[in-house]
Design a protein around this ligand. Structure first.
Ligand code: S3P
Ligand code: PEP
Length: 427
């Protein structure tokens, strides 16, 4: 593969995770909040619609989200709340609707109906909330009959998603009693819990950490409405960093925060370990790569699951064996990402094998192939970058990127000029 010295600047939208946390905090606060650089994509639009049904007033004006908060008084909507395949929203709203009084139904796409929520429901039941999954055991639709969130001490054991914890944390300031949360056994995706705590604090709520893996949210607190600027999304930026690592260009991405709590920023560290250079210039991050290091390497990805598709495509081009571990929770994402990655890597001539907690990929020389995306934005975006490096990679269902990054194809276009794959992943 030829290495390119040209520099390309590529934009990313606001962080999906921070936008969703800020939306929840602003919707629970009393009074008006403004969110700048918020992500407007399928997922956040589902959450906005849901929060409107629950009583928040939300408008998009002059590129800002303006939110009239509920002060924690949740309305009972006349209809079920539908969130597509937005796992974060489904989990976050499950605790939030408990703050209301009445019957709430949370539902989503056929795939969301396969994604578990039971560990969170178990904890809510232990507090005394009545909650059921009448159609699919442990999975949406979720039926909640609530009379306020009681609070108390709870334990999450062997987490397969951090979203259950973030969900309870975000709604706990409005519980009747203090909420004590203990994480026992295995945890995953911890940086997302840190991001939740940071947004809570930024909206004026204190969370105590009396011991490791233990949180206490004193009751009687309320979020303070405010103006808030959302940092750029490192998960979305990873596709452009991947392009730099494959030698397609020296890539510059503005609007990312250097000292971010977004765990996916660690992808930059992985790229450095593989031989890329990462530099911050005038607030932009710049990534370039001469030659990727080869050889056998192991990557423990438990904390940053959304980076596995980006890493897997990189591993396809890197000579040597890449062993990806701590990633069993990828099976409950938008698609079964371990199975999807193994199958699609095979289609481009790369040997990849699923293991109980990850993938083993033998890098080499990928070839063209028709990529199935399983309606999964991250499968589409990571293989799209492979399609710039290699001719003949075609991506099905390109619109699925709208879940988190509607402008993705327009940005990617800037990289395709002169690339070996030449933008042949067009429809
Ligand atoms: O809280 C969040 O914003 C998210 C948490 C992660 O999920 P899990 O905690 O389920 O791994 C991540 O994969 C998802 O894209 C966003
Ligand atoms: C897993 C993801 O999102 P969610 O769980 O919110 O559907 C993702 O964006 O990769």
């Amino acid at each position: 593969m030829g290495r390119s010295d040209r520099e390309v600047t590529l934009g990313v939208p606001g962080s999906k995770s921070i936008t969703q946390r800020a939306l929840i905090a602003a919707a629970l606060a009393k009074g008006p909040s403004r969110l700048r650089n918020a992500l407007l994509a399928d997922d956040t639009l589902y959450l906005i619609k849901a929060l409107e049904l629950l009583g928040a007033e939300i408008e998009v004006e002059e590129g800002e989200l303006r939110i009239g908060g509920t002060g924690g008084k949740i309305s009972v909507p006349p209809e079920r709340i539908f969130v597509g395949n937005n796992g974060t929203a489904l989990r976050f709203l499950t605790s939030l609707v408990c703050l209301g009084e009445g019957r709430f139904v949370l539902d989503g796409s056929p795939r969301l109906r396969e994604r578990p929520v039971e560990p969170l429901l178990r904890v809510l039941r232990s507090m005394g909330v009545s909650v059921e999954t009448p159609e699919n055991p442990g999975c949406p639709p979720v039926l909640i009959q609530s009379r306020g969130l009681p609070g108390g001490q709870v334990v999450f054991e062997d987490l397969d998603s951090s979203q259950y914890v973030s969900s309870l944390l975000l709604s706990s300031p409005y519980a009747a009693r203090n909420v004590g949360i203990q994480l026992a056994g295995r945890t995953v995706s911890e940086p997302y819990i840190a991001m939740t705590l940071q947004v809570m604090e930024q909206f004026g709520v204190a969370v105590e950490k009396p011991a490791a893996n233990t949180f206490c949210v004193p009751s009687g607190q309320a979020y303070r409405a405010r103006s808030f600027t959302i940092e750029g999304d490192y998960s979305s930026a990873s596709y452009f960093f991947l392009a730099a690592a494959l030698g397609l260009a020296r890539v510059r991405v503005p609007h990312l925060t250097a000292a971010s709590l977004q765990g996916d920023a660690r992808f930059l560290k992985i790229l450095e370990d593989l031989g890329c250079t990462v530099a911050w210039r005038d607030g932009d991050v710049e990534v370039a790569c001469g030659q990727l290091h080869g050889g056998d390497m192991e990557f423990a990805m438990g904390d940053i699951p959304d980076m596995v598709p980006s890493l897997a495509v990189l591993a396809a081009f890197r000579p040597g064996r890449s062993v990806i571990t701590e990633s069993a929770h990828l099976r409950i994402k938008e698609s079964n990402r371990l199975a999807a990655l193994a199958a699609e890597l095979h289609k481009i001539g790369i040997s990849a094998r699923e293991t109980p907690d990850g993938l083993i990929i033998n890098g080499g020389r990928p070839c063209g192939g028709d990529i199935e995306t399983y309606s999964d934005h991250r499968i589409a975006m990571s293989f799209a970058v492979a399609g710039l490096a290699v001719p003949g990679i075609r991506i099905a269902d390109r619109d699925c990127v709208g879940k988190s990054f509607p402008g993705f194809w327009n940005e990617l276009q800037k990289l395709s000029q002169g690339a070996p794959g030449g933008g042949k992943n067009d429809p």
